[in-house]
Write a protein that binds this ligand. Structure first.
Ligand code: FMN
Length: 203
């Protein structure tokens, strides 16, 4: 645990920062503890408040529920990810909707005609992926905040998963996220992070 050096002020207590970041790990295996099927909704209802460009909210979630869908997804994951996806209590596919501009009148109503600012599909794709990736991060941290462990994965067939699972709409695949309770015994030691001095430039 890192001792806070900032003056006391409104903010999360140390134990919450540990839960969300400092002691949280990306699981590599799961315990047998089940996850309430309502968990995805609970996580979503928290994560949805994270900021996106013009409140564009392009992230879409596909909850993999049937045994058939789970088996198909496992077969499309990289070999090293298959066991993690096969055994996870809950698995969600995260994608980005390029047609986010169609809901801007509803979600960004104080700027009339906001949706008309994005006529170019390629540009919408770039913006949708960036903002959905931000929302993925909110989703991961919200999962931790609600007491679960989350394993994001991009090791998969990036062409065959969209073909099988993202047929509706104009969507780009962002990640597969498995949710459950980490089996700590199977987790390797925490890898180092780059220090502040190598990451942050003061100008
Ligand atoms: C976008 C993204 C994709 C990832 N893809 C994979 C993956 O395909 N397979 C895997 O085992 N881990 C994957 N990871 C997990 C990272 O390797 C892990 O979060 C990182 O090493 C930090 O580990 P820690 O949280 O245990 O410190 C991915 C993480 C992110 C955020």
């Amino acid at each position: 645990m890192i001792t806070a050096t900032l003056p006391a002020r409104a903010g999360l207590p140390d134990e919450s920062l540990d839960l969300l970041f400092r002691e949280a790990r990306t699981p590599v295996a799961w315990t047998d503890e089940p996850v309430d099927p309502a968990a995805v909704r609970e996580i979503f209802e928290t994560a949805k408040f994270g900021p996106t460009m013009m409140n564009s909210l392009p992230m879409r979630l596909t909850v993999v529920e049937s045994a058939e869908a789970r088996a198909d997804l496992v077969s499309l994951m990289a070999p090293g990810n298959q066991e993690k996806v096969a055994t996870a209590p809950v698995v969600v596919i995260v994608s980005a909707d390029r047609d986010f501009h169609e809901t801007l009148a509803e979600t960004f109503p104080h700027l009339p005609g906001a949706g008309d600012k994005f006529p170019d599909r390629e540009q919408r794709g770039t913006l949708a992926r960036m903002n959905a990736t931000l929302q993925l991060a909110y989703f991961l941290i919200a999962a931790r905040a609600h007491g679960l462990d989350a394993a994001p994965m991009t090791g998969y067939s990036s062409t065959r998963i969209p073909a099988r699972f993202l047929a509706g709409g104009d969507q780009d695949l962002i990640a597969v996220v498995a949710l459950g309770h980490a089996d700590g015994a199977a987790t390797h030691p925490r890898n180092p992070r780059l220090p502040y001095e190598r990451v942050v430039t003061h100008v």
